[in-house]
Design a protein around this ligand. Structure first.
Ligand SMILES: O=c1[nH]cnc2c1ncn2[C@@H]1O[C@H](COP(=O)(O)OP(=O)(O)O)[C@@H](O)[C@H]1O
Ligand SMILES: [Ca+2]
Length: 406
């Protein structure tokens, strides 16, 4: 403490000492209104100097299920779930910083799939909850996020957390996100060829931390894990008639059950008389993905970070450790899919969709995106104890637009 500005430290007890009030500490609250759940991320940042990137000092994370889209016909009830989560932020953020702490909610594919009218009703109820809170409510604080931003912001998060956005010699990593209703792929192309071969709307320039990145990104609506279940069953975007049964060779033969998604009830079951198992299941799933996705040549050999349902299903089947994650090859998902689909009785205590989910993941990676069998996937839930979600990137972007970071 040789700095002469700190002479006063000796005169104050440590907790009220002005230097410990940390004028450079600030907070940001970001809601992720996903198709399967709503989550709050309360971040604490410290910016030590204008030359350095802000540091994430901590994150408080909480979630509720189901997501807002399940309240399509009860928007007020949906907004109440947001209120419950926001109350946590009231406790977490020091009162003198409430007015300087922005709160934002971005909805993803669940709300994209609802009618404009129902989605807007939900969002305006949420906006009211925000306005009644003590926090800073920026313009556009509640809305549906563009699919391309979802990928870009997750890419920012992962590359920030792995230290690739600062300093020289940046070796950025690509990311794969598999949600309930949509899926994203994002990477920084290294070859001129990739830029030439890629349709314009898959490329987005993005400025963050004083650098501009031209990223390849795309969000495929209806290709999230749960939407893919419906597509495989032939029930996606169908007017469901009461009593209608959707059957698949990817489900246990004797199964008959019902399932709610996006406010609609579906009845589904196994192929009572027909085939079940990996082979027929793969063919069924293939119809959902084959020829539907753009396949950039460049990704075949590179490794990717993968999270959300890629992580969850790999952890459910012990391909990776639930806490620590792990490193896999694309072929590991196919191997596990075979094991589960060809022994469905043995896995009947797990989700009845386990075979379908794993088979879909294998097909999406291989036939959808065109990855090789030996493409390496790094499965991570957290990096340095911070969730690998687009929400951190979105919070940086927000703070930058409010002039709160450099
Ligand atoms: O903060 C997070 N950290 C890690 N995983 C998350 C987080 N938020 C959501 N997920 C994962 O996202 C998946 C659900 O997708 P979501 O509900 O966001 O659908 P959507 O992206 O299609 O709207 C689940 O695998 C869930 O574990
Ligand atoms: Ca998501």
């Amino acid at each position: 403490h040789s700095n002469r500005e700190m002479w006063f430290q000796e005169f104050f007890p440590p907790n009220v000492c002005p230097i410990n009030a940390k004028a450079n500490t600030f907070y940001g609250i970001m809601f992720d209104a996903g198709s399967t759940g709503t989550r709050i991320h309360i971040y604490t940042f410290v910016q030590k100097s204008p030359e350095n990137l802000p540091e994430v000092e901590g994150e408080i994370f909480e979630s509720v299920k189901p997501g807002l889209s399940a309240y399509a016909d009860q928007p007020e009830k949906g907004a109440e779930t947001v209120k419950t989560l926001l109350d946590m932020a009231v406790d977490a953020v020091p009162p003198h910083l409430w007015k300087k702490t922005p709160v934002v909610l971005k909805a993803t594919a669940g709300l994209r799939l609802l009618s404009e009218e129902k989605a807007q009703a939900l969002l305006s109820e949420v906006k009211e909850v925000f306005e009644e809170s003590p926090f800073l409510v920026p313009e556009d604080s509640v809305g549906i996020m563009d699919g391309s931003h979802e990928g870009i912001l997750a890419w920012i998060t992962v590359n920030f957390l792995t230290g690739q956005l600062s300093g020289q010699n940046q070796q950025t990593v690509g990311i794969l996100d598999l949600g309930g209703a949509s899926t994203q792929i994002t990477f920084l192309p290294r070859f001129e060829e990739t830029l030439k071969e890629t349709p314009e709307d898959f490329l987005t320039s993005f400025e963050m931390f004083n650098s501009t990145y031209k990223l390849y990104t795309h969000s495929y609506l209806g290709f999230g894990l749960k939407a893919a279940r419906l597509a495989t069953l032939g029930a996606l975007n169908m007017e469901v008639v009461d009593g209608q049964m959707f059957r698949s060779s990817c489900l246990p033969k004797q199964l008959e059950a019902e399932w709610h998604f996006g406010g609609v009830k579906y009845q589904y079951g196994g192929n009572k008389e027909g085939e079940t198992g990996f082979k027929p299941c793969y063919l069924e799933v293939l119809k959902v993905v084959k020829g539907k996705l753009h396949q950039p040549e460049e990704i075949r050999g590179s490794s990717f970070y993968a999270f959300s349902y890629y992580y969850d299903r790999a952890a459910d089947t012990n391909l990776i450790d639930y806490e620590r994650g792990g490193v896999l090859e694309v072929r590991d998902f196919e191997r596990k899919a075979k094991e589960v689909c060809d022994n469905m009785e043995r896995y009947n205590s797990a989700s009845p969709f386990l075979c379908m989910d794993l088979t879909y993941i294998a097909a999406l990676l291989k036939e959808g995106f065109g990855f090789r069998d030996n493409t390496v996937l790094k499965l991570t839930k957290k990096v340095n104890n911070i969730e690998t979600s687009w929400t951190l990137g979105a919070t940086f972007y927000l703070l930058q637009s409010l002039g709160m970071t450099y």
